[in-house]
Design a protein around this ligand. Structure first.
Ligand code: COA
Ligand code: ZN
Length: 305
């Protein structure tokens, strides 16, 4: 399998990132943050979610955020939707792409969305049917694909089964998530070919968290299996409030550094992603975890100091 020459990056910072911040970020700050990200050439920016505000108070202002961001032509701005209530809220602000989400772990799904995996698929059937009828694009997430925070075993066959169920509902793209950042490259090399037997490679994205420092190694393994879409989060923002210890999506800067240095195109301007990270770090009042971002900031400070 040849590595792809071009990779599509889906930016998760405004959603997977900000939902995990203990402080609630002001609506105007979220809008400015997304607008900065849009200037970088990132082709997909997950803007917010339309989940229960009791579950995720950090993103309760999804409607205001989505309505106000500058939607650049050619950029996709998916939003997370858990049920028909969320779908209706998304439609009210004319969202063009939604993302539905379930997991390969029963216990995680129960905690995260209070449904069994089968119930979640049944819920999404109606959501996706409506979305397709309305001409929207749909992303589907399979979380905890490499392990569950609650100790139940996640078998690769289960990941494939859930992913195929989402594909059969009509999802255009599937993102396979290592929600708690436990996966290693040998698991990626086992799972991706099993997925690719049933799902076209160009519809498969990988979503790694860097909790244990394995995210870039997993990206490298996935590239070797022909994956060309990766989710990441600027500055390494993120996690999942229902996955204890799931700090840190793979940093977009780390991913960009690796890809650019390997001669793989993304069309994304690293300096502009850094500007967005710098902005949100200042607003959040704490340092970000992306190694490449941290190193480049330190390097620039040295040169200018
Ligand atoms: N948007 C806004 N409010 C919603 C909603 C939505 N999409 N879905 C449900 N609600 C509200 C209901 O109106 C109800 O409000 P009330 O108590 O004032 O009557 C309340 O939330 C509970 O609704 P219910 O249908 O009983 O949901 P639930 O308690 O079984 O929770 C989910 C199910 C899926 C709605 C909820 O668990 C959720 O939103 N989870 C998302 C978690 C998430 O985003 N995780 C991050 C991804 S890793
Ligand atoms: Zn995630």
């Amino acid at each position: 399998m040849k590595r792809p020459k071009r990779v599509t990056i889906a930016e998760m910072g405004p959603r997977d990132g900000l939902q995990n911040e203990p402080a609630i970020v002001a609506t105007a700050t979220k809008i400015a943050f997304i607008d900065l990200l849009s200037e970088s050439g990132l082709p997909i920016i997950e803007a917010t979610s339309f989940v229960s505000p009791k579950a995720i108070p950090q993103l309760a202002d999804g409607s205001e955020v989505y309505a106000a961001i500058a939607k650049r032509p050619g950029i996709r701005y998916p939003v997370l939707v858990p049920n028909m209530r969320g779908y209706e809220r998304a439609r009210a602000v004319d969202v063009r792409e939604i993302a539905v989400f379930t997991a390969a772990s029963e216990r995680f799904t129960e905690r995260n969305i209070r449904m069994s995996i089968a119930e979640s698929i049944a819920t999404f059937r109606e959501v996706v049917r409506n979305a397709k009828a309305d001409g929207l694009r749909v992303r589907g997430y399979v979380s905890t694909a490499f392990g569950s925070p609650f100790g139940d075993e996640v078998r690769p066959q289960k990941v494939v089964e859930v992913a195929v169920a989402l594909l059969d509902l009509g999802c255009d793209e599937l993102s396979i998530g290592d929600t708690i950042g436990v996966g290693v490259p040998s698991q990626v090399e086992e799972l991706v070919p099993l997925l690719a037997d049933r799902i076209p490679l160009e519809q498969l994205a990988m979503h790694f968290h860097d909790t244990r420092g394995t995210a870039l190694a997993n990206v490298y393994a996935a590239l070797g299996c022909g994956i060309s879409i990766f989710d990441s989060s600027c500055g390494g923002l993120g996690g999942c409030p229902y996955a204890p210890g799931a700090t840190g999506n793979l940093g977009t800067e780390d991913l960009l550094y690796l890809l650019a240095s390997m001669g793989i195109e993304t069309g994304v301007d690293l300096q502009r992603v850094r500007a967005a990270s710098r902005f949100i770090a200042r607003e959040l009042g704490h340092a970000l975890t992306s190694k490449a971002f941290t190193a480049m900031e330190a390097h620039d400070a040295l040169l200018s100091g």
